[in-house]
Every structure is written in structure tokens, then in C-alpha cells.
Design a protein around this ligand. Structure first.
Ligand code: GAR
Length: 217
């Protein structure tokens, strides 16, 4: 039996972050494998990406449920049945209740397209440009009950250009998202990530060189 960490990826749409995880897991030396992809929206492109890679997919349409809890019960059972050990939210656009988050505590991670704790929620790129911050970026974090909250595993900073548009910034950040998600999963799968006093510690982390100034001179 495979000793790789078993991932369940939850999506709601395009699935480009899912694709980055699929691509990473196709390398034999990657220490995790995707055992199921679950979408809360039928017919999305991410489901096709998973099917093309030969990964089992399930649609659990939240609209079929009157409340969040019964939807999440079905989701929880599907993840368990697939043997999932780490749940990766990848553009999963449903808020999860405290109950679900506590059932998967420290086994549930999310990618968010900003430098958290700045710009939680939606329209992150518009808001970052309007706020005049010089950097935005992306964050991988353990999920806690509050939206886009929880111990931060990894972040990448992306400079905001003087003539930036939300779409252009989103595209540059997305390129970094696709690098940072497989990295964070690998660190977890290698057993190098722990949480101490609500902060993530990474064993044998490599220090990045230098500093970054924006604008450059
Ligand atoms: C990504 O940019 C992801 O960071 C964001 O949705 C996009 C999904 O794209 N997630 C959130 O905003 C969650 N708060 P994808 O479906 O191509 O991976």
C-alpha cells in the first residue's frame, strides 16, 4: 500500500490550483497523492481536469441541501470513505462551519489570493490595488472557523505595478499560487510542519535570501 499522504481536494470551479497539485503528484518522488476531488458545483472545469488525470470525482451540490450541516455531513463522509488524510481547499467557495473545521482541525488547508491577514474574503486584487499596498500575493494556511483565518504555512509576495489591473495582478499571483500549493503540501507530507501556539513551525526550513523593495530603484 502507498505510504503517500492522501489528499482530498475540494473545488468550486476552474481548478487551476488543483491542476498544480495533480502535476506535482505525477512526480513519483512527491510524498502525497490525490485520492478524491469533490466539487460543490456540477459541471466545472476542475472536474474534467481530475477525470483526465484518472482521479475519482464526486459532486456534492450544496443546493441539494437546506442547511450547511447536512451538506457538510455528506462531504465529511465522502472524504472519510476515500481515506483522505489532508483536505486541500482549492478555490472552494463555500464557507465551512465551525463543526466541519473542528472535525478536520489541522488537516484542512486553504489557498487565498492575498497576503493574509490582509484582504480576507472576495475581490482581493481590486481591494489591494485600491488600498495602495505595494505588495499582494498568496497564502497557504490551516483553516480555522473564521473566514480566511488560521496558522500561515507559506506566503509569496507579488509586487503591485503602478498601472496594475485586478486581472493582471490576479494572473501574476496565480502563477505563484501554483508553486506555493505543492510546496506547502510537500512540507506537510514530509512531516516538517507543526503548529505551536497557533504559529506554524517548519523543520529544516530554508531561509530565502535578501529583501524586496517595491518600487525598485
Ligand atoms: C484562486 O485564485 C484561489 O486562490 C481563490 O480562488 C481561485 C481559484 O482558482 N480562492 C479564494 O479566493 C478562496 N478564498 P482555481 O479554481 O483556478 O484554482
Amino acid at each position: 500500500m502507498s505510504s503517500k499522504l492522501k489528499l482530498g481536494v475540494l473545488i468550486s470551479g476552474r481548478g487551476s490550483n488543483l491542476q498544480s497539485l495533480i502535476d506535482a503528484t505525477q512526480d513519483d518522488s512527491f510524498p502525497a497523492e490525490i485520492v478524491t476531488v469533490i466539487s460543490n458545483v456540477p459541471g466545472v472545469a476542475g472536474l474534467d481536469r481530475a477525470a483526465k488525470a484518472g482521479i475519482a470525482t464526486t459532486v456534492i451540490n450544496h443546493k441539494d441541501f437546506e442547511d450547511r450541516e447536512p451538506f457538510e455531513d455528506v462531504l465529511h463522509d465522502a472524504l472519510n470513505e476515500a481515506g483522505v488524510e489532508l483536505v486541500c481547499l482549492a478555490g472552494f467557495m463555500r464557507i465551512l462551519t465551525d463543526g466541519f473545521v473542528s472535525r478536520w482541525l489541522d488537516k484542512l488547508i486553504n489557498i487565498h489570493p492575498s497576503l493574509l491577514p490582509s484582504f480576507r474574503g472576495l475581490h482581493t486584487h481590486e481591494r489591494a490595488i485600491e488600498a495602495g499596498v505595494r505588495f499582494s500575493g498568496c497564502t497557504i494556511h490551516f483553516v480555522r472557523p473564521a473566514m480566511d483565518d488560521g496558522p500561515i504555512i507559506a506566503q509569496t509576495a507579488v509586487p503591485i505595478r503602478h498601472d496594475d489591473t485586478p486581472d493582471a495582478l490576479a494572473a501574476r499571483i496565480l502563477v505563484e499560487e501554483h508553486k506555493i500549493y505543492p510546496l506547502a503540501v510537500r512540507l506537510i507530507a514530509e512531516g516538517r510542519v507543526s503548529i505551536e501556539d497557533s504559529l506554524v513551525k517548519i523543520k529544516d526550513a530554508v531561509n530565502p535570501d535578501g529583501t524586496t523593495i517595491n518600487p525598485e530603484n
